[in-house]
Each structure stands twice: as structure tokens, then as C-alpha cells.
Design a protein around this ligand. Structure first.
Ligand code: HEM
Length: 345
């Protein structure tokens, strides 16, 4: 369990005295906390710094229109810009040690609508609000003496945040996908979908891969090559596309919609809205994803925010991170023909 905790929190998260409520925590505060915990890496995303761009299409089958008027659910193929990443702010991170495998997408439709999505391969998140996120950074900040989080600080954090237990329990038994291509990517947060009849429903979604799931050996994660996941997806894509089905999951009346820490369990009405086809992968310097902010609150008409407070907090933090890195100037690609290889030369 401790191993899972340390693994989960290794992405680098911090804290600042005097933050007493989410309303007082700005995007700048969150980014300062990320920098304090994970170290400063100018020119990179403050979280999910190590990533690779991809392109493809979303082939909508029309079924999603039952839930939302967004054009992206009308039967057609829409171009996609995407990014695979691992959590944490270190662009030189070792893939195997990182808990989050992530996918971000921008899907544009010809009527000018745009849907930006940033998803993790876990169905739930460790914390439900931004104050807890900041506290998590502090708890997981490496102690300079050991290079690991201080167990006493972690213990106090977990005592104050029992909601983290659900994530720890999930991670302890979950398979850690051995490819970006065979992971399921979850919205985690709930959104509100409105259809042409004006009916609004809380919805979470997941992109479910056609590629069968296979796991990394959790006992030997440290032995994986640094860029294992990124090299694997690059080689795999040279051989052909990978596909995921977009499953829209409609809330049951008893489901929690304002906490990404709580899973929706049991049977749910689920609509397969179409297929994401990922056709090409490129390093950030030559791809088209680096200078995008995958703010999950940029939504087309027919998809709105829910009552989950994490969404607005994410928007503020992503915006500050984006502005900071734009001001600093982009660093070399962290994966693909990458920074680590250049430094080794
Ligand atoms: C309070 C909670 C959260 C905070 C403060 C936060 C913070 C951040 C920040 C600062 C970035 C870098 C943005 C940029 O420079 O473009 C980022 C990226 C990202 N986050 Fe979060 N995040 C939170 C929750 C989540 C959740 C719940 C998910 C998954 C559903 C998620 C998935 C991602 C992904 C996939 C990226 C990388 C996007 C890309 O490739 O550009 N985050 N996050």
C-alpha cells in the first residue's frame, strides 16, 4: 500500500501556509506548489511535462446525439490533435515509475465547435478539490535528505484526506498498462450533456482501446528504459493505427457528480459514440500539440461543466502553466527524438 502511495504521488505535488480554502487558491498558487514539489523545469508543462503529439480522426457513429447536440456526435469523421503524457512536471522522468498514463485531445468540427479533453488511465482521482490537491503536493514533496516523501507528513495528509484511500486501493490492484495504446482513458470528472430535446444528464466518458490490455511488471518498473512507453507507441504506430471506442456513461440517480474521487459502480446506461483512430505520432517540436492548452473546460454547446469543482480549478492551473511556459519559450521535446538522448550525446 505504501509502495502504491509513493508511486501514486511521485508526480510531484506542494503547499503554502495560509491557504485556507479553494476560493483563495489561484492557478498561480497551484503552479507554485507544483514547482516547489517537483522542481522547476522552465518551458515545460507544470504537470504531464513529458509527452508526445499524435494525430488522427474521431469517427462519430451518430449515437452520441441521443445525449448531446454537440456536432462532434453527428455521424462524420473529425480531425484530432492529441498528446500522450505521463504525470509529473519532470520532462526527464522515467516512464515506468510514473503512475499516470494520460491522453489529451482536441476535436474540432467544421462549424467551429471545439472539444478539449485531458484524461488519465484511472477512473478516479486521488483528491476532489484544489485545496486537497495542493496539500497532496506538500505531502509528496521529496525530503532532500532521502529523496522520498516524508512518511510522517504523508501519514498526516492521509489522516486528513481519507478520500485518497479509494485511489490507493484502486492502484494497488490495477494493471499498469504496458502501452499508451492499450490503456482506457477516463474523464474522471463529470460533465453535463444536453440533447436536442433539452434533456440534460450527468455523463462521464471513457476511451476504451481495441488493443488488449497487458500490464507492466510492477515489481521491476525501475528496470524499464527511460522512454519505454513513448518509444513503444512510436514503433507501434509506424506499423499501423490504434483505436479506442468513446463510451458515454450516463449517471444513475445515486451517482456522485461533484467528486472525482468516487467511482460510478454497477450497471450504467452506456452509449458507444464512435471510434478514435490514432494514425501518426510525432515529437513535440515537430508535432502540433505542444503549444496547446488542453483545458478540459473548453467544450462545445451540448457539453457543459457539472457541479464538480475540480474542473474550474484545473482550468485556472492549466492556464497559468500554459502562460508561464509560453513566456519561457518551449524546451526541447521530452520524448521521441528527445532531450535525454540529446543530453547523452
Ligand atoms: C486540481 C486538480 C488538477 C490540477 C491542479 C491539474 C494541473 C495540471 C497542470 C498545471 C497541467 C499542465 C497544463 C499545461 O501546461 O498545458 C496539467 C496537465 C494535464 N492534466 Fe491535470 N490537473 C488536475 C487534475 C487532473 C485530472 C482529474 C485529470 C484527468 C482526468 C488530469 C489530466 C491531465 C492531463 C492529461 C494533462 C496533460 C495535458 C497535455 O497533454 O497537455 N488532470 N494538469
Amino acid at each position: 500500500m505504501i509502495g502504491a502511495t509513493v508511486l501514486l504521488l511521485a508526480g510531484g505535488f506542494a503547499w503554502s501556509a495560509g491557504w485556507v480554502g479553494a476560493e483563495r487558491i489561484s492557478g498561480g498558487d497551484v503552479v507554485a506548489a507544483l514547482d516547489d514539489s517537483g522542481g522547476e523545469h522552465p518551458g515545460y508543462r507544470r504537470a504531464h511535462a513529458k509527452g508526445i503529439c499524435f494525430t488522427g480522426v474521431f469517427e462519430a457513429n451518430g449515437a452520441g446525439a441521443e445525449l448531446s447536440v454537440a456536432q462532434v456526435f453527428q455521424r462524420a469523421a473529425y480531425p484530432v490533435i492529441g498528446r500522450f503524457s505521463i504525470g509529473g512536471g519532470n520532462p526527464l522522468a522515467v516512464d515506468g515509475r510514473n503512475v499516470f498514463h494520460s491522453m489529451a485531445l482536441v476535436i474540432r468540427t467544421e462549424n467551429g465547435q471545439e472539444w478539449r479533453l485531458a484524461m488519465d488511465h484511472t477512473p478516479i482521482f486521488p483528491v476532489a478539490d484544489v485545496a486537497s490537491f495542493v496539500a497532496l503536493q506538500r505531502a509528496t514533496k521529496p525530503d532532500p535528505r532521502t529523496g522520498k516523501p516524508d512518511p510522517e507528513v504523508m501519514k498526516a495528509f492521509l489522516a486528513d484526506h481519507p478520500e485518497v484511500r479509494a485511489f490507493q486501493d484502486y492502484m494497488a490492484q490495477a494493471v499498469l498498462p504496458n502501452s499508451f495504446a492499450n490503456a482506457t482513458y477516463y474523464s474522471i470528472n463529470t460533465f453535463r450533456f444536453t440533447n436536442a430535446g433539452g434533456t440534460a444528464r450527468p455523463v462521464r466518458w471513457q476511451f476504451v482501446p481495441d488493443t488488449p490490455l497487458a500490464g507492466l511488471d510492477k515489481q521491476h518498473l525501475d528496470e524499464l528504459p527511460r522512454d519505454y512507453l513513448f518509444d513503444e507507441v512510436t514503433a507501434r504506430t509506424a506499423d499501423g493505427p490504434s483505436r479506442w471506442h468513446l463510451q458515454l456513461v450516463v449517471a444513475n440517480p445515486s451517482d456522485v457528480t461533484d467528486k472525482g474521487t468516487v467511482a460510478w459502480t454497477g450497471p450504467h446506461r452506456t452509449i458507444d459514440a464512435g471510434t478514435l483512430v490514432m494514425t501518426a505520432v510525432r515529437p513535440e517540436e515537430t508535432g502540433t500539440c505542444r503549444d496547446l492548452n488542453f483545458d478540459p473546460t473548453i467544450l462545445p454547446p451540448g457539453i457543459d461543466l457539472s457541479d464538480d469543482p475540480l474542473l474550474a480549478a484545473r482550468s485556472k492551473a492549466y492556464s497559468t502553466s500554459f502562460t508561464d511556459r509560453a513566456t519561457e519559450g518551449a524546451g526541447p521535446s521530452a520524448a521521441g527524438e528527445n532531450l535525454a538522448r540529446r543530453q547523452a550525446r
